[in-house]
Design a protein around this ligand. Structure first.
Ligand code: DAH
Length: 347
């Protein structure tokens, strides 16, 4: 009888301890540990079954029954607790991972055209309306096309106007201007008339500062045909300026020297900030220089395959970055290719 009461007492003690501990638990980790300790194979309750032979024959049934009662009581209590813990964990997750469907969505980053491409497209559009085609020519050029055939022989001091990037290959350079495209277009079209714009990146081996960058775009204009005169040059460029900068904007052409044109000039537009009165943008001159131009030099016509006695032409070169700088008052040309979105996304 003593054995029976000992085992039963043990069971009662274990049950009380297990229930007290269970009551203090609420998290799933703690509950799992508790389950191993009180309901696992080596738990005291389960061990009682193995120890039944210690008890007298008639007591075994009673103890076994009681042990079973304790086991299922603990299992039941455990299940209740575990279910509560699962619900609590689920509620926590739902709360912490809650999605507020009323929040506005995040707008995706929209790409945009680079400011220079916007300006270029406007330039193309204006010249397209006047019957010009876009003609592309390479950025890596021969020394011959970039200088020689444009009437700038080797050792001629005029070469100093362009600081050049040379490649390791003899006679191959990065073009310093879009003018070599003139020769390419002429050689492709001669003796047909030509009306093209030649856009693209140019490179100069220069110290950079607010108004100098070693890469920049140019748009070259080339018209070749019979009876092309300086009046055509002036009229075309004036029309371009009116469409680009606004009706009524005044222009002037000053004589200037470029080896591939004769006569050569530079075109200014009346400062559109101060209307010619003088301001910081035009450095108080009232005029802004926007392009170089001139009548195609007979030597260049001949190099392109046109007889200068029969054909004539005009050419011009303008800088789209400069157009954008004037239009948006951008004070540093290095912004264009620095790839800073804070600058780029303004346009
Ligand atoms: N190629 C010249 C430059 O880079 C610009 C230029 C001047 C182009 C006069 C022309 C022109 O076609 O006629 O400085």
């Amino acid at each position: 009888m003593t054995e029976k009461s000992t085992l039963i007492q043990e069971l009662e003690t274990v049950q009380a301890k297990a229930e007290a501990e269970l009551a203090s638990l609420s998290d799933e980790g703690g509950l799992a540990k508790w389950k191993t300790e009180y309901l696992g194979k080596s738990s005291p309750v389960m061990q009682i079954f193995k120890r039944l032979p210690e008890a007298g024959k008639e007591e075994r049934a009673l103890i076994g029954q009681f042990a079973n009662q304790v086991k299922s009581a603990l299992e039941q209590k455990y299940e209740l607790k575990a279910e509560a813990a699962r619900q609590a964990a689920l509620a926590d997750t739902l709360k912490s991972e809650q999605v507020d469907v009323t929040l506005p969505g995040r707008a995706p980053m929209n790409g945009r055209l680079h400011i220079t491409n916007q300006t270029l497209r406007e330039v193309y559009r204006i010249f397209a309306e006047m019957g010009f085609q876009v003609y592309r020519s390479p950025e890596v050029e021969s020394d011959e096309n970039n200088f020689e055939l444009l009437n700038i022989p080797a050792h001629h001091p005029a070469r100093d106007l362009w600081d050049t990037f040379f490649t390791k290959k003899e006679g191959v350079i990065l073009r310093t201007h879009t003018s070599p495209g003139q020769v390419r277009a002429m050689r492709e079209f001669a003796p047909e008339p030509i009306r093209v714009v030649l856009p693209g990146m140019c490179y100069r081996y220069e110290q950079t500062d607010a108004s100098h960058e070693f890469q920049f775009n140019q748009v070259e204009l080339l018209v070749v045909g019979k009876h092309i005169t300086f009046a055509n040059l002036k009229g075309t460029l004036q029309e371009f300026v009116q469409r680009m900068y606004g009706k009524g904007v005044r222009t002037r052409i000053r004589p200037s020297y470029f080896p591939f044109v004769e006569p050569g000039g530079e075109m200014d537009v009346e400062c559109f900030v101060c209307s010619g009165k003088g301001c910081p943008v035009c450095k108080h001159h009232g005029w802004l220089e926007i392009l170089g131009c001139g009548m195609v030099h007979p030597v260049v016509l001949k190099n392109g395959g046109y007889d200068p006695e029969v054909y004539s032409g005009f050419a011009a070169g303008l800088g789209p970055e400069r157009i954008s700088m004037l239009r948006y008052r951008i004070d540093d040309i290095r912004n264009f290719w620095a790839n800073d979105v804070r600058f780029l996304e303004q346009f």
